[in-house]
Design a binder for this molecule. Structure first.
Ligand code: 4NP
Length: 161
């Protein structure tokens, strides 16, 4: 069974699909596709079924040369059982996820994405939706840093457990 990661933001059209696709890219490059799998979801249902935001796709293509694949879906309670680690992009996402786990049973699976950054000091991946191009570029930079740190953590700890 692969180690399963779920990336979560608000709409599942900007930050979390970027995280999913960037992480998949790193996993493929590391030859770990059989060991780690990725998915993404939104805490809201605003964009269910939508492709990633064009501005986000443009930033991912320009900065990394990757395409963003996937369709938006909403986070659901069964995700707590189905995934090994749930990565929230910002504090609101984190709180909204934990609100669906009132007993705290899955608290230990939920982490803030920026906790895995080693080069950036921002504690959250800012919501780029209502801003300009720079916000989308910043999301990519932060996510590359966090995904590298996350892959390092998983390969060093979880897979050896
Ligand atoms: P995301 O960005 O959470 O990174 O996918 C957003 C997408 C849509 C909205 C907000 C943030 N929205 O308000 O529709």
């Amino acid at each position: 069974m692969p180690y399963k990661l779920l990336f979560v933001c608000l709409g599942n059209i900007c930050r979390s699909p970027s995280a999913e696709n960037i992480m998949n890219n790193l996993i493929e490059q590391a030859g770990l596709s059989d060991s780690i799998s990725c998915d993404s979801a939104g805490t809201s249902g605003y964009h269910i079924g939508s492709s990633p935001d064009r501005r986000m796709s443009a930033a991912a293509a320009a900065k990394l040369g990757i395409k963003l694949r996937g369709r938006a879906r909403q986070f659901e309670k069964s995700d707590f059982q189905d995934f090994d680690m749930i990565l929230a992009m910002d504090r609101d996402n984190y709180d909204d996820i934990l609100a669906l786990d009132p007993t705290g049973k899955y608290h230990g699976k939920v982490r803030l994405m920026c906790d895995f950054c080693t080069r950036h000091t921002l504690k959250e991946v800012p919501d780029p939706y209502y801003g300009g191009v720079e916000g989308f570029n910043q999301v990519i930079d932060l996510l590359v840093d966090a995904c590298e740190g996350l892959l390092h953590e998983i390969t060093n700890q979880q897979l050896q457990a």
